[in-house]
Structure formats: C-alpha cells, structure tokens
Design a protein around this ligand. Structure first.
Ligand code: FRU
Length: 517
C-alpha cells in the first residue's frame, strides 16, 4: 500500500473509471498537469508530474511520482515533493526536471512564492518564482536543499527578465558543466524568452549566462517548460509558448507546444534557430518534457490536456492524463514523433490483421472495436479519394477522422460525447502521398493519431459513453482501399484506480489546504 493512502485520508479518489486511462499515465487520484523530472535512474524510468492530490482541480502543486522498468507498465510511488517551505507558499512546487549526480537523484524545480500584499503592491505582481533543488539517495524520498533557492530574483534583477515568471528549469550536463534553461518573459510581458544558467557544481551556485532565445513578436508573451536536447545531430529547444495570438494565424489556442531547431553556442549562450514547428497539431497537448533513454533516444511525454478546456473526468474525482511516450527525430530540418517501441509490450492479445481490403460502403470489421487499443493502417491514398474513420462510435456518438486526396486531414470531435468548451474540429494539410499511414491510440478518453511516420500528430481528449466502441470505415467517394490494418487490444499499463463511491468535499481537506481550491 503506498504510504500516502494512510498518510492523508482526504485524497480525492476516482469514483468512475469510464474515462480513466488503461495505459496512459494519469494520477491515482486528484489532479495532474505538466510532466516533470523524466529520467532513467538506477535502472528505472522515473516520471514525476504536477499534482494536486486533494481535489480534481489545480491547487498548490505537489510532485506526483511513477516508475517503470520499460515505459509500458507503470507503478505509482508516494508523492515526491510537497509545498512545505517558505519559498513555496503560493502555487507550491512548480515544474522542473531531474538529473543524476554522484549516485543521487536531483530534482530542480520552481518554488512559487505568494507575495505579501505590501510586496505585491511594491512590485506590481502577486508572485515571485525561485529555482530550487531537492535530492534523493533512493529515488523515492526527497530532501529539499538547505541552499534553496539556488537561483533567486537577485540573479536576474538587471537582465531584462521578469522575476515573476521565471520557471520550469530543465537541467543537463555538457562537457562537465551543468546548464539549465528557464521559461521566462520580458519585464513588460511582451515577449516570451528562454534564459540559460550555468553551474560548475549543480548544488551550490548558478550563474546567469544569457537570454538564449526570445519571441520575435509572433510567439507569445511567455515561454513555459523549456527543454533542450540534441536530436539526430541538431540542437532542439522544446517549449510551450503562452499568450499566443489566436486571430487567424497558426494558433488555435493561446497556448501551444513545439520546437525550434538550431544550434546552441555554449560560449555565448545564444541559440540560433529556424521557424517554430508544432509537436502536435491536436487540441490537447502541452508542456512536454524530454529525456534520454539509456540507448540514446530522445523520448517525450506531454500533458494530454489544455488549460481552460473542459476536463469532464473532474466529475469522477480525477483530472488530467499524459500522452504515450513518443520518440523524437529530426529529418531534413523537420521534427517527427513516433510511439516508443516499448508500447508493443502492451499488445497482450492476438492481433487482428487484414490485408488488401477494398470497401465501397460503411464497414465494420469483426473484433476491431473497443475503448483501449492501437490501430495501424496503411491506406492506398491514390485509390481512396475521400474517406472517414469513425472511432468510439455508436448510434449517437463518434469521433471522426476524414482524409481527402488533396491532402487535408480533419479531426472532428463534435459528436464525441460530452461537449467540450473549446474547438471541436481541426483540419491540417498533409504532404499528399500515395500511401497514407495512420497509427492510432485509443484509451477511454483520449485519441492520439500519428500520421505518416510521425510527420504530424493530432491528440485529443474525448468523453464518450462507455458503450461507444465501434470503428466504422466509410468511403465518402467510391472506394476505400486499405493495404493493411493491424488491430491490437492493449493491456492495463498502470494500476486501475481504487474506485470510491463519494468524492471528498472541501471540508475533507487538511486545515493547511482549506481555501486552497
Ligand atoms: C505549465 C505551467 C508551468 C508551471 C506549472 C504549474 O503548464 O504553467 O509553467 O510550472 O504549469 O502547475
């Protein structure tokens, strides 16, 4: 039994598993947002996440924790960080990353301090953010550093950096030195930017190096959750810009997640790069974090949700889930994401494989249905002018993917189930190709569609009835020609939640958190 169950009785608990994922990471109770501290330490993958355990809502941030031997099967561990220090009195322990040093696992995170009314008036802002460290000998129990905060407001005071929004450190080591990128904005809040710090020792002192990259005015007023990785010989800055313009340009929400590909000059700290590229073109994808696997792959997991968008699972006592782990590659200057191969371990049942099927009317295939499965399709696009695939379908509900031979690909969740207070249709333009390859993951309340070997990905949360389980293939113009179809029902990759019949109320919260939500 995890320690936390006996520790606090008022954790929010799952009351219905209709939308609770079978193989995607999700909190065992309460709320989650950003992935944090992804790493491989002492033979296991560690995954932390922004977590509020007492209600299915954002509240003072804790770090939830899960581990896996293989990126497919996960186990929950006790909460790793709780907001219990003076420098965390506001939003708690915000996002950050992990790194191993001398056998210890270090977490570098942001302490979110609520300013007193006097301070708030003096600085014109209600909060200040500091960078902090915690460490562990066993990867389970963490101790916060006595030197916290290791990066504070004085370190950036005269640097054209807002002291209020400077967060989400991602730390790495290069040629024996430690580096951390931080999400930030200019003091006038007009431009998002990434700042770079360096340290010789990780634990004692950090030095401001440079503002590595900044929005040119088109990429928002704040950049969150920066990550830096070397992928296929390229330097890749992964980040989540916010305050984006949504008036008809490329952005549909005022937040997005993507990459800049280029070169980091370690001497100057400056990052030269090309244009912004999306990591996911869907409705729900934010704050991804990257880690390097022992065999050198760059793997990301993102939050499969979006701020200020309905999460109907809050009715069931939990909120938020992660994407599947995705491997990143750069080819000809373009980012690609594909499901990690380890997920094949979840294919526990005999697959259904069909080849060379041509249909001229709406068709279902025996056994190709369900609420947690993987579908791998190669379609002869030259012989299938327009077609759609209805997922999680029933008489009343369906989530529809539509392809048109001019290369448009549409994701429509208008009739997916419970309505969502945000866009329900998204259309993207693909490079037209003779074969269209789709790799689809369905998991109770999520859909992830990888298109043409990861050239594009579209992810979304949906809230269908449990009984909406059909997959219907519909030729919209003469025939649909399927070269191959592979269907795999997928196993439970994380423990099924303990179902409770009532959701705790605010009064169940420990006194310290009363009024926090
Ligand atoms: C991104 C974010 C981070 C912050 C965290 C707080 O989703 O706003 O910048 O650290 O969430 O939960």
């Amino acid at each position: 039994m995890p320690e936390q169950i006996s520790e606090i009785k008022a954790f929010s608990q799952v009351t219905d598993a209709r939308w609770y994922p079978r193989y995607h990471l999700a909190p065992p109770f309460g709320w989650c947002n950003d992935p944090n501290g992804m790493c491989f330490y002492k033979g296991q993958y560690h995954f932390f996440y922004q977590h509020y355990p007492y209600a299915p809502a954002w509240g003072p941030m804790h770090w939830g924790h899960a581990v896996s031997d293989d990126l497919a099967y996960w186990k929950h561990l006790p909460i790793a960080l709780k907001p219990d220090q003076p420098y965390e009195t506001g939003g708690g322990c915000f996002s950050g990353s992990a790194i191993e040093k001398d056998g210890k696992l270090y977490l570098m995170y942001t302490g979110h301090l609520q300013a007193t009314p006097e301070e708030a008036e003096a600085v014109g802002f209600p909060h200040i953010e500091f960078q902090c460290l915690a460490h562990s000998e066993d990867g389970v129990h963490f101790e916060k550093s006595e030197k916290n905060p290791v990066i504070e407001d004085a370190d950036v005071m005269d640097k054209d950096v807002s002291i209020h929004d400077i967060r989400d450190p991602k730390v790495w080591v290069h040629n024996g030195k430690y580096y951390a990128v931080l999400g930030s904005r200019t003091p006038d809040m007009a431009h998002g930017q990434i700042i770079l710090f360096e340290s010789k020792d990780l634990v004692k002192s950090w030095r401001f190096k440079a503002i590595s990259a900044r929005s040119d005015g088109t990429l928002g007023g704040m950049w969150e959750c920066p990550n830096f990785a070397e992928i296929d010989g390229q330097d890749v800055l992964i980040f989540s810009p916010m305050d984006l313009p949504t008036d008809g340009g490329i952005f549909c929400h005022d937040k997005a997640a993507g990459v800049l590909i280029g070169k980091l000059n370690y001497r100057s700290g400056l990052f030269t790069h090309g244009d912004f590229q999306f990591l996911d073109r869907g409705f729900d994808f934010y704050a991804p974090q990257v880690m390097e696997t022992p065999d050198g792959r760059s793997v990301i997991i993102g939050w499969l949700d979006m701020w200020n968008v309905d999460m109907h699972e809050t009715k069931d006592g939990w909120a938020g889930q992660m994407t599947i782990p995705r491997e990143l590659h750069v080819k000809d200057g373009k980012i690609f994401s594909t499901p990690v191969k380890e997920l094949e371990k979840l294919r526990k049942w005999k697959p259904i494989i069909l080849e060379n099927v041509v249909i001229d009317e709406a068709t279902t295939f025996d056994g190709v249905a369900g609420e947690a499965y993987e579908l791998v399709l190669t379609i002869d696009a030259a012989k299938s002018k327009k077609f759609s695939i209805a997922l999680r379908a029933s008489e009343l509900e369906q989530t529809v993917l539509t392809y048109n031979s001019n290369g448009t690909f549409k994701f429509d969740r208008t009739k997916s189930g419970e309505p969502i207070n945000f866009q329900s249709e998204r259309e993207i333009q693909l490079e037209p190709q003779d074969k269209l390859k789709l790799h689809i993951f369905i998991d109770r309340s999520s859909v992830e569609v990888f298109i043409n070997d990861g050239a594009e990905v579209i992810s979304a949360r949906i809230y269908p009835k449990r009984t909406s389980q059909k997959v219907i293939f519909v030729p919209e113009d003469e025939t649909l020609s399927i070269d191959s179809l592979e269907y795999y029902k997928l196993d439970f990759g994380l423990p099924h939640p303990h179902i409770k019949d009532t959701i705790p109320t605010k009064d169940d919260l420990p006194p310290i958190l009363q009024g926090a939500i």
